[in-house]
Design a protein around this ligand. Structure first.
Ligand SMILES: [Zn+2]
Length: 138
């Protein structure tokens, strides 16, 4: 992975157990999705913050120890990330993605979540008949 360290996308316990090998918990295309998003916006993107003293540790991979979010969430399969994009509100980031959905840097982004104040991206399945990047409401 080019732009992120494992501690930015896994929780503290997982990182302490696996170190950078924690990247192996993720399907490779999900790592490409996040790197591609970083290059598309060309500004820093924040997922977890625990490593620098922040409160977030479940915005990337969610283990069985995580009590947040849905049981079937793509976060639990290493296929989803909740992001802050520097200089963009979540709504601005979603709009920019949807109006550039054919950009090759976004090719692994399949779904984004509407109506939340962070940018959720995942490489989950798009329902048949929906647009290439599917805007869903939880
Ligand atoms: Zn999410």
């Amino acid at each position: 992975m080019k732009h992120f360290k494992a501690y930015e996308i896994v929780d503290k316990n997982t990182y302490e157990a696996l170190g950078e090998d924690a990247l192996r918990l993720f399907p490779y295309h999900s790592l490409l999705m996040l790197d591609g998003l970083r290059e598309f916006f060309d500004v820093p993107i924040t997922v977890n913050t625990w490593h620098s003293g922040g409160q977030f540790q479940w915005r990337g991979f969610r283990t069985i120890h995580c009590k947040e979010g849905a049981k079937q969430s793509y976060h639990r399969r290493g296929m989803a990330f909740d992001c802050d994009v520097r200089n963009y509100t979540a709504e601005e980031a979603r709009k920019k993605i949807l109006s550039n959905e054919d950009d090759p840097l976004l090719q692994y982004v399949n779904r984004i979540e509407d109506g939340v104040n962070w940018l959720h991206i995942d490489s989950g399945t798009v329902p048949e008949g929906k647009q290439r990047i599917y805007l869903f409401k939880a």
